[in-house]
Design a binder for this molecule. Sequence first.
Ligand code: NAP
Ligand code: G4F
Length: 383
Amino acid sequence: MRKVALLTGVTGQDGAYLSEYLVKKGYTVHGIKRRASSFNTNRIDHLYQDPHQENRNLILHYGDMTDSMNITRIIGDIQPDEIYNLAAQSHVKVSFDTPEYTANVDGLGTLRILEAVRLLKLTDKTRIYQASTSELYGLVQEVPQKETTPFYPRSPYAVAKLYAYWITVNYREAYNMFACNGILFNHESPLRGETFVTRKVTRAVARIALGIQNEVYMGNLSSKRDWGHAKDYIKAMYLILQQDTPDDYVIATGITTTIRDFIKKTFREIGIGIEFSGEGVNETGKIAQINTDLFVEKIGEPYLEAMRKRIGEAVVKVDPEYFRPTEVELLIGDATKARTKLSWEPKYNLDTLIEDMMQNDVKEMKKEAYLKEAGYRILNYFE
Ligand code: NAP
Ligand code: G4F
């Protein structure tokens, strides 16, 4: 008998990697996707199977976290062994613009899943993974942060996720459900949404090197994040649901880096040295030097001369538009429990993560460079 998993948020970064991972493990994976006016499944298109084919291992259902009846019907129909609740309005800055919607999807959405499992009398069969977050620690009360560190959320997103965290614990205790929180620190990849800081930077650096973008505008350069690779983190999600007893786990690398250093490392990956100077909104990152061999290897000889001419120019600037009303300044996780109990070990470090993201984005942006040369208008996305 194949195991059946249901993934909410299947079209997102983690949903894409986890569905591929579970399909490879022999699961039948059901995913909930939102109806959109254009196709929104590009991250999982390589797994797509014709709906007329028999014995499919990836099946998509239309749905939405705000629609209890839809969620309950899907869970009732497919009777999953495991549910991975990954769907969320997951952008912290956007949650300040859409706080009610974020609370509905990220907070109440989790309740809808738990309550559906309970009402359908699936509590003994269905295990639930809740995508909790290091944003819960917010204004951190302890360094590094672990499972016992008190929470202090700093955004509508984090407050909504706080509700989701506790309602998961409550259903576990009240109804003896196998419901677990993975408290995941930031994890990135070539599939990361383009408006999160790492992907914004890797795309912009590739575009600057290829001459299709002049500079990039950033927010707070001094905040620190503990970044891992999404491919490592989805394995932890799976392991959390394979244990004998339900529990909550921190998943992190234990290393923290400023946004400023992430930018420097990303430029360095393709042979460009950046130096920062100035303070606050006047801080800039200027091109200090170019490692010719590395630049030619990673970007290509045709782009070298134009880049050389830009030495001394500011390519990183600050726009206060990207500041948040309340910021999370420092995140660094202690994943000892996961390493010990789940035997979870990440394969990637920050350098190999950046290498992976840059390889992908240079390739993608070369297509844009080609279109630009052919006379097409290429937009600069600063979001
Ligand atoms: P993501 O790329 O933004 O994906 C979010 C997914 O949720 C997408 O499939 C999205 O659909 C879906 N979604 C959004 N609103 C929905 C709604 N109302 N109904 C149904 N689906 C909806 O996020 P991710 O990085 O994969 O993260 C997965 C989960 O982990 C999220 O819950 C996030 O909050 C949490 N988390 C992420 C990190 C991280 O660093 N990545 C760390 C800790 C926790 P569309 O594709 O249609 O937009
Ligand atoms: O990449 P970010 O937008 O991620 P953030 O806010 O840490 O949230 C992500 O990780 C959480 C886990 O801790 C998830 F729960 C959440 O769903 C999401 O995946 O921003 C990281 C840092 C922030 O301090 C932000 O202020 O980068 C800073 N930053 C500086 N300039 C910027 C920018 N962030 C974005 N998005 N864009 C900028 O231009």
